[in-house]
Design a protein around this ligand. Structure first.
Ligand code: HEM
Length: 247
């Protein structure tokens, strides 16, 4: 008999961990794959469509894509929490270790992204979709639709930016952080404090708090190329800080 079947506690722990991780990767690629499709493929392509083609696509294609997108985000979150629960990481000093700080960083970035999906992108896209469907049926255009599209775009680009450091720290938890040394609570706090501060500024920018028109602080979001570069710069900053505080 296999060792996992021989011992229920071991099966529960190891089986639960691997099943949660499997679900987590499947859901994560569904979510982030669609995020990259929206940002790198759909938005630039739609900009070249004629209005009737864009309205038809927005009315009939975008709702399907957004269904998989937001429920992918939900399952990613739930399976991630399930990994933590099965690995018993809630019950120990795990979050004080370099791996614990790494997963805290990944999760914080992912939670900001999750909130953007459910509380910014989806509500604004509902306005955009309703407008496209209405116009397609011969109705009047909603003057608020353009502003909603812009708000959704800024949040979506912010998620693309944050996904780059987020995924580094998800993977770093088991494959990079364990090669580091534990730090004092002061150093851990400093790393997490700087990370929260920079993330908060990027998120406020993505919510349009500093303005919504192109240019200014939105320059990092106006073109997806700028967004990708900023994402890698932010990841590099966090990696260097991690090295400084945990070596
Ligand atoms: C939404 C909140 C999220 C939570 C609570 C969460 C939680 C976790 C946890 C607990 C782990 C295990 C870390 C370890 O012990 O090695 C993990 C790993 C991972 N997560 Fe997430 N995660 C979230 C979002 C995401 C997203 C959006 C992605 C994107 C694809 C993602 C991809 C991964 C990957 C690739 C790993 C690496 C596993 C490994 O290296 O073995 N996670 N996550």
């Amino acid at each position: 008999m296999h060792v996992l079947a021989a011992s229920w506690p071991l099966f529960h722990r190891v089986g639960g961990v691997i099943l949660s991780r499997w679900a987590h990767f499947l859901a994560g690629i569904t979510w982030i794959g669609l995020l990259y499709y929206f940002n790198f493929v759909q938005t630039p392509s739609f900009a070249t469509f004629d209005a009737p083609a864009r309205n038809e696509s927005t009315s009939k294609l975008v709702p399907n894509a957004l269904w998989w997108f937001r429920w992918g985000a939900m399952l990613t979150l739930l399976s991630g929490i399930s990994i933590l629960a099965f690995q018993d990481q809630f019950n120990s000093d795990y979050f004080k270790t370099p791996s614990g700080v790494s997963i805290s960083t990944g999760i914080l970035l992912a939670l900001v992204m999750f909130s953007n999906v459910w509380f910014v992108i989806w509500p604004n896209q509902k306005v955009v979709i309703a407008n496209a469907t209405n116009v397609l049926g011969g109705g009047q255009a909603d003057p608020a639709a353009a502003a909603s599209a812009r708000k959704g775009l800024l949040a979506s680009r912010t998620n693309t930016l944050l996904s780059i450091p987020m995924l580094f720290f998800m993977a770093a938890t088991s494959h990079f952080a364990p090669f580091h040394t534990s730090a004092t609570s002061g150093k851990r706090g400093a790393f997490l404090g700087i990370m929260v501060l920079i993330t908060a500024i990027l998120e406020l920018n993505g919510l349009g708090v500093f303005g919504t028109e192109p240019g200014g602080t939105r320059a990092i979001l106006d073109k997806h190329k700028n967004t990708i570069i900023t994402g890698f710069v932010y990841a590099a900053v966090l990696i260097v800080l991690f090295e400084v505080f945990f070596s």
